[in-house]
Write a protein that binds this ligand. Structure first.
Ligand code: ADE
Length: 384
């Protein structure tokens, strides 16, 4: 694989000569070339930036040096130009795997406020272009991002890693889970023991333990990986923030007024709540919401009732979107984010709320007449 780096800070790429990429370059697997963009700046000072049209803070990278550089490097068919930028698509293992199949990557590392848009448009005309972001934060330039992308891509090349198994089992590989915790000798360190199962020699038990730990870790740290938190239309299910309290109160009043009518009572706590009550609820419950076109259209929340029971509450969908499947997806989500130790779910709904009861029963919940809830309600439970 051929790798080119266009940068005004070539020294940033010294680490490419270290360790594995260095060895791969020496063995001919990689052909790595770092270029100082300023060599293609024609003025006496090798200027690569200028003030932005339309005004505003900072400087923009001029197009001419980039155009010259692409020409000199023969950027064209068979080349993928990677612009590292905070406004690019998020970099992940899937993208790393995709890029590892390319013949040649040219990394264009922007600085300042970015590169003149025409450079990207031009590159797209002569080659494949990917604009890639390392994450939702801003670095001073694209060099560190280009290094990170390089390392993730290059280690996937056949013949690069000594042990191909370590590619299969690691975090974000095929299973889409985070990696399980790992241990090595000594058996006891600072009074801490290695989990007994790993010393048992029972491969089946070890594999089961690792699978469970991977799932538990993922549920705790990255519930979004375990369960799709994006609806069919692309709107994400996200954790509520305190600023959502007002909209949640509005949604709650709309939904519980329907409940009040269906159950012929105004004696419903959710209907009586104030904005402060909703704020307090947000602090106490793990609350998730869906926004569509900027509007908060659905919410649900969960809380540990006891060590193993996940109490689900306030599953709400805006009246104009009820029946669209939002409630079902949200209900699945609020179960999926329950902590690992949870073995059963519990919720209650209006005794006369036929539509709600249908939704819950379809999702596997069962009526529990033996577990009375608040007035005018029925309790439903489900085993995890
Ligand atoms: N350049 C500046 N910030 C960046 C980021 N988050 N990802 C990729 N390139 C960047």
């Amino acid at each position: 694989m051929r790798l080119d780096y266009l940068t005004i800070f070539p020294d940033f790429f010294a680490p490419l000569e270290l360790s594995l990429p260095g060895k791969a370059a020496a063995s001919g697997l990689l052909d790595v070339r770092v270029h100082d963009l300023r060599q293609w700046a024609t003025d006496r000072h090798h200027t690569v930036d200028d003030t932005p049209y339309g005004g505003g803070a900072g400087m923009v990278m001029k197009p001419e040096p980039w155009g010259e550089a692409f020409g000199a490097l023969g950027v064209g068919a068979g080349t993928t130009v990677v612009f590292t930028t905070p406004s690019g698509e998020p970099f992940d293992q899937r993208l790393a795997a995709e890029l590892s199949g390319r013949e040649r990557l040219v990394f264009a590392c922007g600085r300042y406020e970015g590169i003149d848009q025409r450079v990207i448009d031009h590159a797209r005309e002569i080659a494949e272009v990917r604009e890639i972001s390392l994450g939702d934060y801003v670095l001073n330039g694209g060099e560190v991002a280009a290094l990170a992308v390089t390392e993730a891509v290059v280690r996937l090349l056949p013949g690069f890693m000594g042990n191909a198994d370590s590619l299969v089992e690691e975090s974000h590989a095929e299973g889409g889970l985070l990696e399980y915790p790992v241990y090595t000798k000594p058996r006891t360190w600072q009074g801490r023991e290695v989990p007994e199962v790993l010393l048992s020699g029972d491969h089946g038990r070890v594999a089961a333990w690792r699978a469970e730990e991977a799932r538990r870790r993922t549920a705790l740290r990255r519930p979004d990986l375990l369960h799709p938190s994006v609806l069919d239309d692309g709107s994400p299910i996200v954790r509520a923030v305190p600023a959502d309290a007002g909209e949640i109160l509005t949604l709650q009043r709309a939904c519980w007024l329907q409940e009040a009518l269906a159950n012929d009572t105004l004696d419903i706590p959710a209907l009586q709540e104030s904005l402060d009550d909703v704020r307090a609820g947000l602090a106490e419950w793990d609350t998730w919401v869906v926004r569509r076109a900027g509007r908060l259209v659905a919410a649900a929340r969960g809380k540990l009732e006891d060590a193993t029971t996940w109490d689900i509450g306030r599953v709400m969908v805006a009246p104009d979107l009820q029946g669209s499947g939002l409630g079902r997806v949200l209900l699945e989500h609020i179960q999926a984010v329950a902590p690992e130790q949870v073995t059963s779910y519990q919720l209650f709904t209006g005794a006369a709320s036929a539509r709600n009861q249908r939704l819950y029963k379809k999702a596997g919940f069962r009526l529990r007449p033996d577990l009375p809830g608040p007035p005018h309600t029925v309790t439903l439970t489900k085993r995890r």
